[in-house]
Design a protein around this ligand. Sequence first.
Ligand SMILES: [Zn+2]
Length: 183
Amino acid sequence: MDLSILQSSPLLLALAVGVLGLVVGSFLNVVIHRLPLMMQAEWRADCAELEGREPPVEPRLNLLTPRSRCPACGHRIRWYENIPLFSWLALRGRCSACGTAIGLRYPLVEVGTGLLFAAIAWRLGPQPVALLWCGAAAVLVALTLIDWDTTVLPDSRSPAARIHRCTTDLPASRTSRRQPTRG
Ligand SMILES: [Zn+2]
């Protein structure tokens, strides 16, 4: 495939990298939802081990398995229902099986990541460092929203906690609702 056209056209490059950002954003939605659950399962197993108990039996969960399902009816999300942004629009934000609303945050994360990636490609052009910036942006999006949901990150380093603090004007100690973190 001839990629030289992307090198000569900043707009096409930004569009292509923006589409890549949509796909990465779709994966980030999985990370944001599952990573805290995986960490909590690990903590439960660690606690059980420390207390000399059998670790609790938990359903197998990682970033790849099981396949995504509707939390309301268990309908398995098919590949064409999982196309970033477009599937949400085509389904009008509802599960195709039971009609339960699919949160607006899913497409927003996808679009936000796509825009970040496109902006980075537009600003930096076809350079390896742009990939590093895209990777950093993806990690920041995931960490910010994981912390927004769960507050598992230490407050002093959390982007979400800083935003919380700025928007609520509360002292840091008042915003701390941390769950145990592993050293
Ligand atoms: Zn459903």
